[in-house]
Structures are given as C-alpha cells and as structure tokens.
Design a protein around this ligand. Structure first.
Ligand SMILES: NC(=O)c1ccc[n+]([C@@H]2O[C@H](COP(=O)([O-])OP(=O)(O)OC[C@H]3O[C@@H](n4cnc5c(N)ncnc54)[C@H](OP(=O)(O)O)[C@@H]3O)[C@@H](O)[C@H]2O)c1
Length: 338
C-alpha cells in the first residue's frame, strides 16, 4: 500500500483514516467536493482531486495510478431514500467502474455498514455468511453499494467492511447523546427493549481498514458455495451494550453519578422521528433522528461477530469499550465539544 485514494476523507471516519495513512508515509490522494472541508487533508500532505462519486467523469483522474482505494464517501442520513441510494449505491458503482477501467485495477476497500447486513436474531451473533436482510432505507442503500462493488469484483480486488456504530474524535452523530447526558443528565431511549449494539472506536476501525486492504479476503464474483461471506468483514467490538447501558457508561465516564433513562413510550418515538424528518425534508437538511433510524432501533439485536477480523486480519481490541469512551470524552472536552 503506497499510493492511496480516499473518498470521504473530509468526513468523520475519513479524517481519522487519512491521519493514520500519513503516519504510515503513504502517498495520499483525496477525492473532495468544492464544498468539502479540506484544511486537515492539506495538513496531512494529501493531494486533492475535485470530484463527486455521482459524477462518473470526475473519478478517472482520482483513481489513476493508485494501488489502493478506501471508499468512505457516503450518506449516513438523508432527507429521502432516493438520495441515499444515489450516493451509497450508484456512487459506489461509479467508483468501482472507474477502478475496473484502470490497466492495473487497485485494491478497493469499500466501507459499508452493519445496516446492509441487517439485524441479528435475539441471542445470536450476525456473521458475514448470513444472507443480508436490511431493514432500513439506509441499510438497503449500503447493500446496493455492496452489490455494485460485487458487479466489478472480477476485475477489481474488493473487500467490504461493515462497521457497527462508530464513535471517537470528530464524531458528531453520537455527540448529542454525550451532550444530553453531560448537560441535562438525561438519556432518551427510543424503545423499552433496546437491542444490543455493535460499536467500534474509529481508531480500531481505521486499523481494520488498513488490515483489510493489506490482507483481507476479496469478494468472490459468485456469492454461493463455500466462498459465501468471503470478502466481507464486520468491524465491531466483541462487547455488546444496549442504548441504556451505553448511556450509563457515558455518564460514568463524564463523572455523573446519575443519569435519567428516558424510555419513550410508543408512539412517541415515531412522532418525534416524524416531526424531525418533516423538518429535514422542508429544510433539506438531513437529521439523524428520523423514521428510518427508528426502524433500525426497534430490532431485536445488532450484535455482529468480530471473529473474522480477529482470525483473518489479526485484529485485536487494544483497549476496553470503557477506555475508548473515556478517550472520546477526553477528546470532546479538550475540543470543547462537551
Ligand atoms: N459513522 C458511523 O457510525 C458509520 C457506521 C457504519 C458505516 N459508516 C459509513 O462510513 C462512511 C463514512 O461515514 P462518516 O461517519 O465518516 O460520514 P460523514 O462524516 O458524513 O462523511 C461523509 C463523507 O462522504 C463525502 N461525500 C458525501 N457525498 C459525496 C459525494 N456525492 N461525492 C463525494 N463525496 C461525498 C462527504 O464529503 P463532504 O465533506 O464534501 O460532505 C464526507 O467526506 C459512510 O459510507 C457511512 O455510510 C459510518
């Protein structure tokens, strides 16, 4: 891995990945949009190429001459299913096709999501070989991205990484949860039976991504027979906590002795999600509390197995979830985010 293209380098996970690649002395190129925040990318010495995953013509110059592509560009929330599908599905298709058109196609590591695989049955762990069954528009769009990459996998050596919920420095998605606990001592929970969640600290995810590029199995063009699940990796901790437990852990880390767990009774969570979604559509500003995310939060379990990343990629968690939450809180405090 010498010359690397990162899409989504201006985002939360991307900026952490770019930092790691710079430490490894890689030559980094980032696909950015005219509106992207790029100061940290320049600081890391990255070459910037203007483009958009939905503008296929802009991608040829971005992939030219690179040996590895980390594809992180995507939408985690949008004001509609079409926008999710366009960026997460079609965008991945365009990028994989651009890779395939190279005389020596690069290794493509595409960041999907546990949502693409779908939830686990209560009491069991989801494995890469389980047939995908996404339950949300977001999950379906990420699965479309996986299938788009698969379509070019006979030309492009491709690995799909499916992270659980990612947290750590620069994360703004979980930030409201930390802020609510820090300032109000309140932790809203959208259901009375919150599912166990798969989480991963961003630094651990970055480690998994690099390992996946270097030694991950690649997608087999046919997803049947003995190779089923090959080329896919769940990226998550082996420790599973519910929203309620997560809230208590964050409170403890913040030094709060008590946190009020505000269980929202049905149909209140749907009403809240519906109102915020309406606001999102009117203002054209995506919000993370929406009906689609509610569909995910009422599932029995989001526990995925980290066995493949441990056994095949040699990943092991360097510290506990509590320590990772502590580091996150320290970072938020140092940057005055909480
Ligand atoms: N955060 C999580 O918990 C989580 C969990 C599982 C999977 N993931 C996946 O991980 C990836 C990165 O997530 P993140 O949390 O880092 O998201 P993020 O902070 O919202 O960053 C998204 C990145 O994608 C770029 N992007 C969006 N649309 C684009 C387009 N049409 N063309 C080119 N670039 C585009 C954004 O560029 P601009 O700066 O120009 O907007 C930004 O750099 C996504 O694919 C997401 O689905 C995230």
């Amino acid at each position: 891995m010498n010359t690397v293209l990162v899409t989504g380098g201006s985002g939360f996970i991307g900026r952490n990945l770019v930092r790691e690649l710079a430490l490894r002395a890689c030559r980094i190129r980032c696909l950015v949009r005219p509106t992207s925040r790029v100061r940290h990318l320049r600081k890391a010495g990255a070459e910037l190429v203007l483009g958009d995953v939905n503008q296929p013509d802009s991608l040829a110059a971005a992939v030219r001459g690179v040996d590895t592509v980390f594809h992180l560009a995507g939408l985690v929330a949008a004001s509609g299913a079409e926008a999710l599908m366009q960026v997460n599905g079609e965008g991945t298709w365009n990028l994989a096709r651009a890779c395939a058109s190279q005389p020596r196609p690069p290794v493509l590591v595409t960041v999907s999501s546990l949502a693409a695989a779908g939830p686990a049955a209560e009491g069991s762990l989801r494995r890469e070989s389980d047939p995908p069954a996404p339950v949300s528009d977001y999950g379906r769009s990420k699965r479309a991205g996986e299938l788009a990459a698969l379509a070019w996998a006979d030309r492009v050596p491709t690995t799909v990484v499916r992270p659980g919920i990612v947290f750590g420095p620069w994360d703004r998605l979980l930030l409201p949860m930390f802020r609510s606990i820090a300032t109000l001592g309140i932790h809203p929970i959208p259901t009375f039976a919150p599912p166990p969640l798969s989480l991963i600290h961003v630094q651990d995810l970055v480690d998994v991504l690099v390992r996946a590029a270097e030694r991950g199995t690649r997608l087999a063009k046919r997803e049947s027979g003995p190779s089923v699940g090959e080329g896919y990796y769940f990226a998550c901790s082996g420790r599973y906590v519910t929203y309620a437990e997560l809230g208590r852990m964050i409170a403890q880390t913040l030094g709060r002795r008590h946190v009020f767990l505000l269980h929202l009774v049905e149909p209140l969570p749907w009403l809240v999600a519906g109102v915020t979604e309406l606001f999102a559509r009117l203002s054209r500003q995506p919000v993370i509390v929406n009906v689609d995310k509610m569909r995910e939060s009422i599932q029995p379990s989001w526990a995925a197995s980290p066995q493949a990343i441990c056994e095949q990629l040699g990943f092991s968690e360097p510290c506990s979830l509590e320590q990772r939450l502590r580091q996150t809180v320290d970072w938020y405090r140092a940057h005055r985010w909480v």
